[in-house]
Design a protein around this ligand. Sequence first.
Ligand code: HEM
Ligand SMILES: [Cu+2]
Length: 553
Amino acid sequence: MSEAIAVPKNGKEPSYLDYQGKHKGLLGWILSTDHKRIGILYLVAIISFFLVGMTFGFLMRLELIAPGRTIMDAQTYNSFFTLHGVIMIFLFVIPGIPAVFGNFFLPILIGAKDVAFPRLNLLSWYLYIIGGLLAVTSILMPGGPMDTGWTFYIPYSVRTGTNVSLALFAAFVLGFSSIVTGLNFVTTVHRMRAPGMDWFKMPLSVWSIYSTAWVQVLATPIIGITFLLVIVERAFGVGLFDPALGGDPVLFQHLFWIYSHPAVYIMILPAMGVVSEIIPVFARRTIFGYKFIAMSSIAIALFGSLVWAHHMFTAGMSNTGQFIFSLLTMVVAIPSAIKVFNWTATLYKGSIELSTPMLFVLAFIFQFSIGGLTGVMQGVLSIDIMIHDTSFIVAHFHYVMFGGTGFGLFAALHYWFPKMFGKMYNERVGKVAFWHLFVGFNTLYFPMFIMGWLGMPRRYFDYLPEFQIYHLISTIGSWILIAGVLIMITNLIKALVSGKKFTEKNPWGGETLEWQIETPPIHENFYEIPTVHETPYQYKQNESETLKTPEVK
Ligand code: HEM
Ligand SMILES: [Cu+2]
């Protein structure tokens, strides 16, 4: 691929982990503008918030194990699903893969020493932390944690006395962190590519991060302004959204979903990029239809901005409007289907190695397909009007957001962990954790499809006895899933703390640039900027040759 990776005569440089910059110790991390260190800072913060969000999920499932009150009252339940949704969406899946692996690997994958704006990059992490702390503060402040649902629908969100304004401001600040990250990544891909790293030589995860970055920059300001307007409405009752003041609550829904539907692609596109990165390496095949996959990321980002009102089919929209958004929802499924088809075509006749990263990827394809296809079902008006606001919807987005993005993030973590930390985790325990996650996940969420189809409403802390068997299975599923999460995190922390040093450059046999540099990488990634002559075997565009295992240099 390129020749400038050789160790200079005066010997190996220390890794970015041991690099001594202006500041030492913890300050050397929280004041560092090194994209790799910022990626790690995000990883620690994002996994911590995931565990907080997961705890609310665990407690909700415990409450739902039996009809009637179990461990909490209705008001607490309302706050728990709101906190759970807000934390999982704004503090886990939206920043998730771009902030951790985009920051750590994007510059390396295109042959650069850092992102375009390193200090702005550090600012994005500060904004993330400030937003997260404001969200936590809103839980503890008098008035109590928000209880509106993560969608903050009007009129309840301008009427309730809970800390909605502080929570909205926290989301506003988090939005800026996302915009700044997007700006950085768009500029980095345009301006920092190594000589010879043409657009169609770029790894597919770069195409996904790039498409996502444009949505972060263009869509996020809309939710920022909308949330500020709700804060103004709560403070001064200006009558923008509140019908009692002559406002329009449906206008709020349009503004909310004009961001939040494209936001689901900010969540899923990076995970799709990770899948396109890992499949050819563990199937030992060139990816099927490189250009189609690259362009389908752009198509998803574009068409994904035209379907928002499919969340509002029951909000009293005109038939014409419903027809148009239903049709567009079908259209936006096509580029996602292209990806699933091409991944499957790449696996066909591959010599598949079922290592932990690959297991997570295969689970992604299975769960994302269920999530995606049930999404298409909801694009059909007659079906959507029947299942809107039931637990069928809750199952759908967990299959896409957790079964997709969550499992994609876990795949990326196990794929790039040895390169990031110079340590290897216990592969057998990795697999044990995976199977708990996979079985637990499907046991937790699949029953929600069935009971939702039978009419179980979402956001209810009590239910009719006929739904109990499904809730019981679902709650047991949540225990298995959470056990899997804890085994996985323990396994990785154990590797970090007491694992043997791992310096192999290329444990999986990939050919993209990160597998040709030191493990862990040196401070500036490359001893000198490489010149790219040819495309890595994963992305050679002569359709899907089965390749012998490439020589690891
Ligand atoms: C870790 C295990 C998880 C468990 C046990 C869990 C459980 C639940 C449950 C039971 C609800 C439904 C509340 C209701 O409508 O009555 C819910 C809602 C939700 N979950 Fe999860 N979940 C988990 C992970 C996730 C993840 C990873 C995401 C990431 C996107 C997520 C996002 C949401 C959202 C957005 C809602 C809707 C909240 C609302 O209605 O406002 N959850 N979750
Ligand atoms: Cu949508």
